[in-house]
Design a protein around this ligand. Structure first.
Ligand SMILES: [Zn+2]
Ligand SMILES: [Zn+2]
Length: 250
């Protein structure tokens, strides 16, 4: 049997508003720690607080990507994509991203007008959940980003487990691949997003593929917590990566 490829498919570079590290440094680090594939997924966010689509240097980023990809050919497979915030609310911009032929698009909910001004935390959480569900129902994306990211952002977050399960069932139904995002584990004792029992439910619902991602914003965070998370993934969940929007088994 072939050795399983080790991939990190949710990686931010200095083309993201909240990240300083460049592609070349990340690629070098990936080789150092023995990763087989990395996908650069920079933020595209359009909401009341920011619009990173408007002046995003798409061509410059693709040129730099091509240069670094060639430089590291044979050492690590470099892929390029985007982490699109609320793709179902921005269909035109998402269509534009598709026209650039990314290897994959992560669909994530970060912020939306429907969340503006909701002070009550529980109301905010349920409104957030509804946006995630609509995105999974209607959005154009390949990988569902951090379904319960509010857990990472708010200490007092109360998870609606039925919502998480229902969302993962929808993913299985629509052929969307959920990620297991380890960035929440930087806080000791916190499971990945979503927790692996939700992934077990996704598998029960007929879901097959998952991605394991670090959501790194620095080189040190690449593939963080993989060694503890990998052995806990349910047996039926197959790891994959994407090339030009097509699933490839790891
Ligand atoms: Zn995100
Ligand atoms: Zn991210």
């Amino acid at each position: 049997m072939n050795k399983m490829l080790k991939c990190d498919l949710h990686v931010h570079t200095n083309y993201s508003f909240d990240t300083n590290v460049d592609m070349e440094t990340l690629a070098r680090r990936a080789v150092e720690i023995g990763l087989d594939a990395v996908c650069f997924t920079d933020h595209i966010d359009i909401n009341s607080h920011r619009n990173t689509f408007k002046e995003f240097p798409f061509e410059q980023r693709l040129r730099e990507f091509e240069r670094v990809r060639k430089q590291f050919e044979g050492k690590v497979l470099l892929l390029q994509g985007y982490e699109m915030g609320e793709p179902h609310l921005h269909p035109k911009e998402t269509e534009f991203l598709r026209s650039l032929h990314p290897d994959m698009i992560i669909g994530s909910v970060h912020d939306a007008p429907a969340l503006d001004g909701i002070a009550d935390r529980r109301k905010y959480e349920r409104a957030y959940d509804r946006i995630v569900r609509d995105m999974v129902q209607w959005g154009d994306f390949d990988v569902l980003g951090h379904v319960d990211v509010l857990r990472k952002w708010h200490d007092d977050y109360v998870e609606d487990e039925d919502f998480v399960k229902e969302t993962l069932r929808l993913c299985a139904q629509r052929g969307k691949v959920p990620e297991v995002n380890t960035s929440s584990m930087r806080r000791a004792g916190t499971p990945p997003m979503p927790a692996v029992d939700a992934i077990a439910y996704y598998v029960q619902c007929g879901g097959k593929y998952v991605t394991l991602n670090s959501d790194s914003h620095t080189a040190d965070q690449l593939a963080e917590f993989y060694d503890v998370t990998l052995p806990t993934l349910p047996k039926g969940a197959k790891l994959c990566y994407f090339v030009q929007g097509k699933i490839v088994s790891c």
